[in-house]
Design a protein around this ligand. Sequence first.
Ligand code: NCD
Length: 308
Amino acid sequence: MIQRLRHLTSLEHLNGACIERLLDRAITMRDACAYGTRKLDLLAGRTILNLFFEPSTRTRTSFELAARRLGADVINFDIGFSSTTKGEELFDTLHTLEAMHLDAIIVRHKQSGTPEELVRHAMSGVAVINAGDGNRAHPTQGLLDALTIRQHRPDFENLVVTICGDVKHSRVARSDVHMLTALGAKEVRLCGPAELMPAQEEFPRCRLYHDFDAAIAGADVAIMLRLQKERMAVVELPDEAAYFQHYGLDARRLATAAKGCLVMHPGPINRGIEIASEVADGAQSRILEQVGNGVFVRMAVLAEVMGR
Ligand code: NCD
């Protein structure tokens, strides 16, 4: 069944066909704007608000670029200079901004579930897109990861994907697992130290590992995750040198993965902690390609939720 999206808060309820359609649309966007050199006018006259309550480099910039390439006006709400610092409630901020007339809100918030809360409180006709909420979901990252994988390995049914690092605090891991499941990946392995791993019940279809050498063996895709210290209790933090020794992706470990294994990371990367520079900058790294794909995927999502 074709699902048309009014909002994008998570990938949980998107089937494979819907994800494929968004990826196809991202490719159309890429081709239509000739790799970003030309602007389209699909969203001319529309106003989009970037509402980021957490820091961001890639996601915020690429949403802004995506919106501008579609001809929309973008407002970047800078939390550090806003009335939120004076104690304004989230929904008062929302209604204040809405009164200026908005078509879409892109939100990032440390509290899981904030995008759904905004959907419930937003004026009808305003689309809400999740740019990352707590450790729960980061749907456009899941989509851009899907696009990056599909460009190299469209045969999802044969793919073994290893996601390694701070899985417990990772919204990227959760959205990637939904995406990989919907697209029919053969096997998804999650790996990390016990204190940074979720419970098996949360991921019934994934194989959980604590031994990275075992988890990376034969993998077609390796998605590395940052230690998300901002979401950790102090005691959880492993010693970084020991962490790299056990869970860092270096050339030796990459050599044990399947030939041509794609190396991915949502960024920001921490060199020498979860990934060695030789791998991050190596021939198999798709990290910058992920960033580039992020703009096209976000163009597709913006056009979709605004009904264009
Ligand atoms: C991720 C995020 O914010 O969830 N980054 C991103 O959006 N590219 C991952 C992270 O911060 O480690």
